[in-house]
Every structure is written in C-alpha cells, then in structure tokens.
Design a protein around this ligand. Structure first.
Ligand SMILES: N[C@@H](CCC(=O)N[C@@H](CS)C(=O)NCC(=O)O)C(=O)O
Length: 229
C-alpha cells in the first residue's frame, strides 16, 4: 500500500506527535505540511479546509490519508500510525491505554494553550490551568525510564515531549503567560522529553524536518535560547 499522507500545518500543534511516532516506529509517511501556516493577518492561511471537506470532515487539520482510509481527529491519527508500526502494534492493552491517556492530556493542553494564542482566555486563566496540569503530569511520570517501561519511547513519552518542547502552542502560550515549566520545577517531565528527543529515530527526524515543525515559531514568541533547549 502507498505511504500514509499526513496533512497538517507547518507547526507543532496537533500534527507533531503523529509525525514523531511515525519516525520512532519506522512508518514511512508523507509529511504534507501546509506552509506557511499563517497569513499576514496572523490567522490560518486559507485553503486547508478543502482537504478535510473532500472526505466529508470538518475543514480542520490534521487529516490522514492512507489508501481508502481517511481520518481526522488527532488522537485517532496518532494511534493509527502507532498501530501500523511493527514496533508499537504489539503493545499490551494496558500500554496502549496509558499511551492514550497521555495523548489526551496533551490534547487538553493543546486546547488551553491555543485559547490564549487566539485570545479566547487571559494569561491568568492559562496560568491557573497549567499550574494544575504540570504538577499532575510530574506526579504521573516515572523516576527513571520511559512511561511504558520499554527501552524506547511510546506515544505517551512523545506526547509529553511535545508538551515540554513544542513551540506552537505548547511552549509559546505558557511563555507569553509567564507560566512555562522549567526542568528545576518539573525534572521528570524534562527528563522524559530529553530522553525521547534523543531517541535516535526521533533525533534524526527532527534534524531532517523540512519546516522544523517541533520548534517552528512563526510569530517569534520564544526567547533566543529556546531553539537549543
Ligand atoms: N478535534 C480536532 C480539532 C482539529 C483542529 O481544531 N485543528 C485546528 C488546527 S490545530 C484547525 O484546523 N483549525 C482551523 C479551523 O478551525 O478552521 C482534532 O483533535 O484533530
């Protein structure tokens, strides 16, 4: 069968976990990035809605196309890619459920952080939300190793890496709001994020990524040192 095609904007957002799990799981895919993601007004550059609409979906991204299978909804796409990977398809029900729990934590955080960037909530609102999320995540993470106790990262670790390292909206919004997490305060989150980013297939993918989507910062919201963090 042909390679899966992932349609998403050329930023981190709801596309990066799918990209990284494909890389980690050895699933060859086409990373069809809508670039530039934004127009000069700061809104999404128009035209992308036709991709989902063509399959009867709402006009949102990500959309995955793989032969006859068309999917929207981020979590479904992430899990599908993991499940067609030889590396992840044999995970136990417990491991898959654990992965999905962290995928959905990431998804909730995506919603709150983008709400600040789209000015739907205030910096104080986001700070209150994130000051609950970061300690909860820290409390759930293991002292050593990856979340599913394998010697390689799974979707859960990748989702936490994106929360800790992804620019838009995961780090950009907390940075604006003044509530960005630090390794001092949340050592387990950053340990897992760093170990996941260092996993060879992931490190290789990030290095080669055409639009550097993980850390893409189209509005220049992040401090200079962020790129090397
Ligand atoms: N529930 C969907 C939401 C998708 C979504 O809202 N995507 C955003 C980008 S992160 C989008 O396409 N926004 C453009 C729009 O709403 O017109 C999912 O989880 O994939």
């Amino acid at each position: 069968m042909s390679k899966p095609v992932l349609n998403y904007f050329s930023i981190c957002g709801r596309g990066e976990v799918a990209r990284l799990v494909a890389a980690a799981g050895g699933v060859e895919f086409e990373d069809k990035a809508w670039a530039p993601a934004f127009d000069e007004t700061g809104g999404w550059r128009q035209g992308y809605a036709a991709i989902g609409n063509a399959h009867g979906f709402p006009g949102v991204l990500p959309v995955l196309e793989h032969g006859d299978l068309k999917l929207f909804q981020t979590t479904a796409i992430e899990s599908y890619i993991a499940n067609i990977s030889p590396k992840y398809s044999s995970l136990t029900a417990e491991q898959k459920a654990q992965d999905m729990m962290f995928q959905l934590i990431k998804s909730d955080i995506n919603g709150s952080t983008e709400n600040l960037l789209f000015k739907k909530i205030t910096a104080d609102d986001l700070t209150a939300t994130m000051n609950k999320w970061y300690p909860i995540i820290e409390g759930l993470l293991p002292e050593s190793g990856f979340i599913n106790k394998l010697d390689y990262p799974t979707l859960a670790d990748i989702a936490m890496m994106v929360v800790a390292k992804g620019c838009m909206p995961f780090q950009a919004a907390p940075t604006i709001a003044g509530c960005a997490p630090t390794p001092d305060k949340y050592p387990k989150l950053f340990r897992i994020a760093n170990a996941t980013a260092a996993y060879e297939p992931i490190a290789k993918f990030i290095k080669a990524s055409e639009h550097q989507t993980l850390k893409a910062d189209p509005f220049g919201l992040m401090p200079a040192e962020y790129k090397d963090s």
